[in-house]
Design a protein around this ligand. Structure first.
Ligand SMILES: Nc1ncnc2c1ncn2[C@@H]1O[C@H](COP(=O)(O)OP(=O)(O)O)[C@@H](O)[C@H]1O
Ligand SMILES: [Mg+2]
Length: 134
């Protein structure tokens, strides 16, 4: 498994509870690692634009079918119950993650081009201060 990380130099600051935000990123990373085979890769990146700070966790793993995608943030929802049950999750990680992000005035989204094509989760949070701080 290859792990990449990339933080834009001008990403700036966000006003967040570090422990709770760490929990969100931990959930996304845990899911990505669990759904990606050893030959795959997981990347974490942080970027900034007018819309805020974007924290993305992308993997090249199992992917998510389009019909499951809108539901993955629901409490207890698990896209592939037979397979996911073996992985021991309870299906609440993303529901809790979304609640934390919303409490911070942000949003979270999931994208995937389908089964086997990997998944990307993006957390967007309001940045504190102006975009151009130079
Ligand atoms: N990176 C990912 N790749 C593929 N499927 C994912 C990924 N992250 C989450 N999922 C799907 O979303 C469901 C919900 O995730 P989560 O709330 O963290 O529950 P859990 O990890 O306990 O199953 C998972 O069961 C899985 O089907
Ligand atoms: Mg999980």
């Amino acid at each position: 498994m290859t792990l990449h990380e990339q933080v834009a130099p001008d990403v700036g600051l966000i006003d967040a509870d570090a422990e709770r935000l760490g929990q969100v990123l931990g959930t996304l990373l845990d899911n990505a690692l669990r759904h990606t085979p050893p030959a795959g890769s997981v990347s974490a990146r942080a970027t900034r634009d007018d819309g805020g700070v974007h924290l993305g966790i992308a993997d090249t793993g199992d992917g998510i079918d389009a019909r499951h995608l809108p539901h993955v943030f629901e409490r207890f929802y698990r896209a592939d119950t037979a397979r996911d049950r073996e992985h021991g999750g309870s299906g609440i990680g993303l529901a809790v993650a979304r609640a934390i992000v919303v409490q911070h005035g942000g949003r979270i989204s999931a994208a995937s081009e389908g089964p086997g094509k990997g998944a990307t989760f993006t957390v967007t949070l309001p940045a504190t201060g102006p975009l151009d701080v130079s």
